[in-house]
Design a protein around this ligand. Structure first.
Ligand code: FMN
Length: 210
């Protein structure tokens, strides 16, 4: 059950560096992220999978020295488009037409509306919108990892400009948003492993309008 898995997972602070997440599990976590819904279906982000130990050591330095970056076996970096361009929007609309094998006037009008709205807008606003889409995939990847029995740590605690530099993301038109180390908890040495999960109770979280 999903709820059981979500109770099992926690933002792991200490991972066991001797354990490696299998490639089939990593692939399913990536596939879950790829299947994430996004605004207008634009998928305005990419996921970088970093396994290289030297690169991850460099990333740890600019990520508040958080050890999970190197003690996990894989590091997922969610990186959003730095802007919406006509090429990027057209690429996704063309792909939909190609995959579905037909064009549709309503869809083409919608394409024009997005081109007219997003392309003239400033890059920062567009990046922020793209980053919000990346968060959806990040959340789904987190849940997928739990579903696979894989530990992870959602992280915003890193210097995004420096990470962009280490991975050469700006040259690809991308900006890092969040990172997600994947690995296995070191239960005996993780101070958080045995602590109760704390959330506000339902009545302080859900507002019902009946
Ligand atoms: C977007 C985001 C960024 C986070 N950044 C960090 C981080 O940099 N380092 C860390 O140890 N935990 C980080 N966390 C973990 C949260 O502190 C944690 O999810 C929250 O306290 C709830 O605990 P739980 O995930 O263990 O249930 C982050 C979580 C989210 C969703």
């Amino acid at each position: 059950m999903l709820i059981e898995k979500l109770n099992w997972r926690y933002a792991t602070k200490k991972m066991d560096p001797s354990k490696t997440v299998s490639e089939d599990k990593v692939e399913r976590i990536l596939e879950a992220a790829r299947l994430a819904p996004t605004s207008s279906g634009l998928q305005p982000f990419e996921v970088i999978v970093v396994t290289n130990p030297e690169v991850r050591a460099k990333i740890q330095e600019i990520a508040w020295n958080q050890a999970q970056v190197t003690e996990g076996s894989h590091l997922l970096v969610f990186a959003a488009w730095d802007n919406y361009t006509a090429d990027r929007i057209n690429m996704m609309f063309d792909l939909v037409n190609e995959e579905r094998g037909f064009t549709n006037e309503g869809w083409e009008n919608y394409r024009q509306m997005l081109l007219n709205t997003y392309v003239p807008r400033d890059a920062e606003t567009n990046y922020q919108h793209a980053a919000r889409q990346a968060y959806i995939a990040f959340g789904i990847a987190l849940a997928a990892a739990a579903f696979e029995g894989v530990d992870s740590t959602p992280m915003e605690g890193f210097d995004a400009d420096k990470l962009d530099e280490i991975l050469g993301l700006r040259a690809k038109g991308l900006r890092s948003v969040t990172i997600l180390p994947l690995g296995y908890r070191d239960e005996a040495n993780d101070w958080l492993a045995s602590l109760k999960k704390v959330r506000r109770p339902r009545d302080q979280f859900v507002i019902e309008v009946k």
